[in-house]
Design a protein around this ligand. Structure first.
Ligand code: AMP
Length: 323
């Protein structure tokens, strides 16, 4: 099923203990689209400025990504983000955010982007996320990401948006902040309670039925009304730049679901989606920005899925325990 993603298309300046890069291609929609493009057709919606390079669009096109709805704003500057990581790559400091063309952004989806069955609302102002959601009322699967900034300054709006999506993908700390629950599972269950199972005319529930909690280098957890699943991150000896790992994870997760339109959205399907998301994110962090995923191959994804499968299995051999 084709996927539409709306979110930032950016220039990122990033410093990690392993080096520094200036104004490289980034943005939530870009990282998501590159990852999801391994699974299905992706359409990107978002603004860029006059400073945005043709070669950046060419990179997206080279992965078959539809950039017809990337709007070039005359006289505008592309969204810019500057971040720095310390030795603990799980935490970062934002040094600068320049909204640029995002400041006056009013998303207008072409009929082609509107016709996608799957929608990913990357991290943008929650009112804008709802505007896009309204333009794709018939989408079969809608997922959302957000960040602490919107929980701080626009929580009510974010909660309203969450009530209109099927899947919420957030960092564990954001889930706790959003719900005020100190425990991850309790926080996820709280967000699930904002949806109503089976209330839709087509028998589907309204609101979120799938919660994914990203835990950085510790992996990710999946919470649904039916169950719980978790995977560690793929163990890497060298991590260079975690920027975009969350969006790449989301691209793998949502992309995998989109690529299985006939399959019921079962626990089993969601678990396989978690594995693919984990593998895509693991490649993203191996190099700066989009460098690694831009030259990733399907064969490499399959190889790492096999390794992840092997390292997360154990036998349930019965043992007579001492009372
Ligand atoms: P992640 O590391 O997955 O959280 O995503 C990092 C990406 O999000 C970077 O490429 C940034 O350009 C982008 N980003 C950072 N801050 C924002 C923001 N406030 N709104 C939208 N995108 C952002």
């Amino acid at each position: 099923m084709p996927i539409t993603v709306v979110g930032s298309i950016a220039y990122d300046t990033v410093k990690t203990p392993f080096g520094e890069r200036e104004r490289m291609l980034g943005g939530a929609a870009v990282h998501f689209a590159l990852a999801a493009s391994f699974f299905d057709e992706v359409r990107v919606v978002g603004p860029v400025g006059e400073d945005f390079g043709e070669e950046q669009l060419a990179l997206l096109r080279s992965r078959g990504i539809d950039v017809a709805d990337v709007e070039r704003v005359a006289g505008g500057r592309t969204f810019f983000w500057h971040g720095e990581y310390g030795w603990d790559l799980n935490s970062r400091e934002t040094l600068d955010t320049q909204l640029g063309v995002f400041e006056g952004f009013a998303p207008k989806l072409s009929s082609r982007s509107r016709s996608s069955d799957v929608l990913f609302l990357a991290n943008i102002q929650p009112d804008l996320q709802r505007e896009v959601r309204a333009q794709m009322a018939d989408a079969r699967f809608v997922a959302l990401d957000s960040m602490n900034l919107w929980i701080d300054i626009a929580r009510d709006s974010l909660v309203q948006t969450i009530a209109q999506v099927d899947c919420v993908i957030l960092n564990d700390a954001e889930l706790r902040q959003l719900t005020g629950k100190p425990n991850l599972v309790a926080a996820a269950r709280e967000v699930l309670s904002w949806g109503a199972p089976g209330s839709h005319e087509d028998g589907r529930g309204r609101g979120p039925s799938v919660i994914v909690a990203k835990q950085g280098e510790y992996g990710a957890a999946l919470v649904t009304r039916e169950g719980f699943f978790a995977l560690p991150a793929y163990p890497l000896e060298t991590v260079i730049d975690p920027t975009g790992a969350g969006d790449t994870f989301a691209g793998g997760f949502v992309g995998y679901i989109a690529a299985h339109p006939e399959e019921e959205r079962s626990e089993e399907l969601l678990r396989r989606a978690m594995a693919h998301a984990t593998v895509l994110a693991s490649y993203n962090v191996e190099e700066f920005g989009t460098d690694r995923v831009a030259r990733l191959t399907g064969k490499e994804i399959v190889a790492r899925i096999g390794e992840l499968h092997a390292m997360t299995q154990f036998s349930g051999a019965p043992l007579a325990l001492r009372a």
